[in-house]
Write a protein that binds this ligand. Structure first.
Ligand SMILES: COc1cc(O)cc(C/C=C(\C)CC/C=C(\C)CC/C=C(\C)CC/C=C(\C)CC/C=C(\C)CC/C=C(\C)CC/C=C(\C)CC/C=C(\C)CC/C=C(\C)CCC=C(C)C)c1O
Ligand SMILES: C[S@@+](CC[C@H](N)C(=O)[O-])C[C@H]1O[C@@H](n2cnc3c(N)ncnc32)[C@H](O)[C@@H]1O
Length: 327
């Protein structure tokens, strides 16, 4: 039996070690902390257990969910423009890299969690379509005897051009999904997409349903990150892949200082000017600082049951892509 990483925070529940402050983290075991039901916790312990952070503010767990909802409800219409303005378009390159790392083949079933306005799902569909077309061209080269009608038919049907792939965009926020659906129409993504309203901590999907689970700039906003990771593990098929694009800690001290200056002095100003919302962008930069560093987050992913967990820093660690497999 593996020793717990930090004994005072871990308990043994009969099936294995689990963290004392939440639910058992073993896949399939959802026992909660027995002390809570035995009533042996003091009032101050009780209070601390129910508190979390919203940026630099300490709030109750229930409050965090509604505050996060409000943030994305407020910024939904300006969300895409804000991302281009804040990052000078760099967020697009990060998202492209995530898809290249995934390298999805036609037929892949993707769950894009906290998928918001659909950036990851649209990139996924374009990538799969390109892969499928490449495959078809290769096949056509070997089937020289097809008529022009047959060749044209092969290129026409958009559903076919995805080879059975489906991207399910799931998000807790109606407004973000509404903007995403309109964007899908504008960009001509008419097939291979499903939009689902749902909470990362309690997914409305069966076990073993998806080949890939992505979450881009989403997990930082979730109240119980460990719960969301367990859910990701549950809904992935055996062999399925978890990929997370999220802010990290910058490893170069000079860049780190400049980045801090930029984050705290410039981003809320852009938020106010473009979206008329300073507070939401203050929350964004604070939530980035509160999020675990790359190594700690890797440990959390492993704790949820994922294997072969690795990460890659992008732009000196401003963001990182974490990857893990359900084996
Ligand atoms: C509410 O929650 C959210 C809302 C959202 O809209 C989005 C999200 C999720 C987030 C994303 C999807 C990604 C959004 C992207 C970012 C937050 C930006 C990430 C930052 C960068 C890529 C740039 C990092 C910057 C540096 C490494 C430092 C370089 C900084 C400077 C040269 C400026 C230093 C600033 C000062 C000294 C303060 C005074 C300066 C001014 C008033 C001039 C202002 C300058 C500019 C506007 C230029 C901006 C420069 C860049 C973007 C630099 C690009 C260069 C590099 C990456 C090396 C969400 O959760
Ligand atoms: C910064 S946006 C990221 C959107 C998109 N993935 C992207 O890369 O542009 C964060 C998203 O997480 C969603 N979110 C926050 N908490 C969530 C939760 N508990 N379950 C599902 N989605 C959540 C928000 O509604 C928002 O759409």
């Amino acid at each position: 039996m593996a020793a717990p990483r930090s004994c005072d925070l871990w308990r043994f529940c009969g099936r294995g070690w689990w963290r004392a402050t939440g639910h058992c983290r073993l896949p399939g075991c959802r026992r909660s902390w027995p002390w809570a039901t035995l009533g042996t916790r003091s009032l101050s312990q009780e209070k601390r257990a129910a508190e979390t952070h919203f940026g630099f503010e300490t709030v109750s767990e229930g409050e965090k969910g509604s505050k996060v909802y409000q943030v994305f409800e407020n910024v939904a219409k300006k969300y895409d423009l804000m991302n281009d303005m804040m990052s000078l378009g760099i967020h697009r390159a990060w998202k492209d890299l995530l898809i290249r790392k995934m390298h999805p083949l036609p037929g892949t079933q993707l769950l894009d969690m906290a998928g918001g306005t659909g950036d990851i799902a649209f990139r996924f569909l374009s990538y799969v379509q390109a892969q499928h077309q490449r495959r078809q061209r290769r096949q056509l080269r070997t089937q020289q005897n097809l008529s022009w009608e047959e060749i044209a038919k092969k290129y026409q049907n958009e559903e076919d051009s995805l080879g059975g792939s489906l991207a399910t965009v799931c998000d807790i926020n109606r407004e973000m999904l509404k903007v995403g659906k309109q964007k899908a129409l504008d960009q001509g993504h008419t097939a291979g997409l499903a939009w689902v309203l749902g909470d990362a901590e309690e997914l409305p999907f069966d076990d073993n349903s998806f080949d890939v689970y992505t979450i881009a700039f989403g997990i930082r906003n979730v109240t119980h990150i460990d719960q969301a990771l367990q859910e990701a593990h549950r809904v992935l098929k055996p062999g399925g892949r978890f990929l997370c694009l999220e802010f990290g800690q910058v490893n170069d001290p000079l860049i780190s200082r400049l980045y801090d200056l930029y984050s705290f002095q410039v981003i809320p100003v852009i938020g106010e000017v473009i979206a008329g919302d300073w507070k939401s962008y203050q929350y964004l930069v604070e939530s980035i600082r509160k999020f675990p560093n790359q190594e700690d987050f890797k440990d959390m992913i492993e704790d949820a049951g994922f294997q072969r967990v690795t990460y890659e820093n992008l732009t000196t660690g401003i963001v990182a892509i974490h990857s893990g497999f359900k084996l």
